[in-house]
Design a protein around this ligand. Structure first.
Ligand code: NAI
Length: 248
């Protein structure tokens, strides 16, 4: 129960990695605010937590809206009395096209969710964490926070941005009791990959030294460690979790 008496927010917690993180936080004793745009699936996450004996509620928020991030933090503090942990996980893939053909409105959307969403989140989470005596932030980047991926310019730029932003939080708040780290999963079996055909999936699998894609629960283990006091001297870091993708 390494997160006992802690209050956590997880964005994008209706599905995939975010749901696994929310379940792992709750199993470790945290009270978890499950946030997402997808109401029905998010309520299923809450249900899974409460059926396992944990405490949780759903708060609908679009991470690409500063005001909705503010309201989310307020709801956590009002309901549970503070905020200690945030996993800024919500994200979208965007379309596949080279930079010269990438739709400008899609660039704005992906940057809005995947990069501005993380900034807005932390902008409101940090003051609440300072008032709560400190906290830990885990931002969901990607292996594409450290290498490129042809035809995904917005996603790659946003995830590199998340890694840089995370380093800044470490510098600005390291001495004030807030740690921030970024996680870089390779390709993980979640609904995010649902539009890929079998041939693309096979090609992706071949890029991982372990010859398989990852599971969301494997990512949640790392997020849990980074969120807990077990990682007490870790901040400003970027942790790939990639089955050997970046080793080549
Ligand atoms: P997913 O599609 O299963 O879950 C993403 C969740 O974010 C969904 O529930 C969705 O409703 C929510 N979401 C999307 N836009 C939102 C918004 N504007 N406001 C609030 N919630 C929103 O995807 P997955 O794979 O679990 O992705 C989670 C994070 O992990 C994302 O940031 C993604 O970029 C990252 N990631 C995923 C990888 C993968 O291969 N699945 C690899 C590396 C990183």
């Amino acid at each position: 129960m390494e997160l006992l008496n802690k209050v956590a927010i997880v964005t994008g917690a209706a599905s995939g990695i975010g749901r696994s993180v929310a379940l792992a936080y709750a199993a470790a004793g945290a009270r978890v605010v499950v946030s997402d745009l997808q109401e029905k699936e998010a309520l299923q996450t809450v249900d899974l937590i409460t059926k396992a004996g944990g405490e949780s509620f759903f708060f609908k928020a679009d991470v690409s809206s500063a005001a909705e991030n503010e309201a989310l933090v307020e709801a956590a503090v009002q309901t549970y009395g503070g905020l200690h942990i945030a996993c800024n996980n919500a994200g979208i893939g965007g379309v596949s096209a080279p930079t010269g053909e990438y739709p400008v409105e899609m660039w704005d959307k992906v940057i809005g969710v995947n990069l501005s969403g993380v900034f807005y989140g932390m902008h409101y989470q940090i003051p609440a964490m300072l008032r709560s005596g400190g906290g830990t932030i885990v931002n969901m980047a990607s292996i594409l926070g450290s290498v490129g991926f042809a035809n995904s310019p917005a996603y790659v730029a946003a995830k590199h941005g998340v890694v840089g932003l995370t380093k800044n939080i470490a510098l600005e708040y390291g001495s004030k009791g807030i740690r921030a780290n970024a996680v870089g999963p390779a390709f993980i079996k979640t609904p995010l990959l649902k539009d890929m055909d079998a041939k693309t999936i096979d090609w992706l699998v071949s890029k991982h030294a372990m010859g398989r894609l990852g599971e969301p629960e494997e990512v949640a283990e790392l997020v849990l460690w980074l969120s807990s006091s077990k990682s007490s001297f870790v901040t400003g870091s970027y942790y790939p979790i990639d089955g050997g993708y970046l080793a080549q």
